[in-house]
Ligand binder design. Sequence first.
Ligand code: HEC
Ligand code: HEC
Length: 227
Amino acid sequence: MLSKKQARMLFIVSTGLFAIVFLALTYDSMQQIPARTNAHNLSASAIRGHEIWNDNNCMGCHTVLGEGAYYAPELTRVYERRGEKWMKMFLKNPEAMYPGQRKMVQYNFTDGQIDDLISFFKWIGEMDLNGFPAKPTIKMSSAQNNGAVSANSPQVFKDVCVACHSVNGSGGNVGPALDHVGSKFDAAYLNKWISDPQAVKPGTAMPQLNVSDADRALVVEFLSGLK
Ligand code: HEC
Ligand code: HEC
């Protein structure tokens, strides 16, 4: 049995000891933050992106670093998952990407604001978070795509179309697989379809994407070859 005095001593010594351990660990964590977050990469553009993120209360629906609301996807690794081109197109007009089904707000951001947001996501995405969150299962941007999509498909296909379409089993399944689309449609049809899907098939769920003429020509050539 401890005497009253001994019990008090035990309380004081152990509380003091663990307070010191706690402060030391906190200090150690604080010391690591600049390296883990790559603070030196925090550009003016990424800072502006963070301000846009806060001003528009994106956290009302999304989380970054696990913080925020759970209505919409976690965005910590969105840069790695989606890539720059896709994000640019999406943020310009989210509704076009997922016609009639999704609830991401149309903000009418300028190109500069979109670039700032993307810098912000890139910076967040490069943080060392001890493996949080799990590595994305989809990686749309360029060389990271596995399978045949990366072999001979044009960049715009890898950046945007694979979000919804697959070739050789690699890509999304929102739209049909395009393995034999070249024997189904001719180049003129494909060209018209990609420039304005609604004009070809009113009510279709294929979005009208803001693809440049040059990119469209490349993608039509690629698809025509998929016999
Ligand atoms: C009202 C809720 C809401 C708000 C506010 C909101 N979003 Fe979203 N966002 C969504 C939903 C829902 C999705 C997923 C649907 C989709 O894929 O279209 C999404 C998807 C995204 C994606 C693509 C994620 C992926 O991997 O497909 C990005 C990037 C994004 N939002 C950025 C933002 C930014 C930046 C803001 C603030 C400026 C914001 N969102 C505000 C609801 C919201
Ligand atoms: C957000 C999802 C989405 C994206 C991104 C998307 N598509 Fe589609 N696509 C669809 C859907 C859904 C359909 C089916 C439409 C229908 O049948 O009404 C479709 C249909 C098609 C078809 C017709 C296929 C067939 O067998 O009938 C082609 C060709 C096509 N898309 C090409 C493209 C190309 C090229 C891109 C990139 C520039 C692209 N799509 C991007 C969703 C998408």
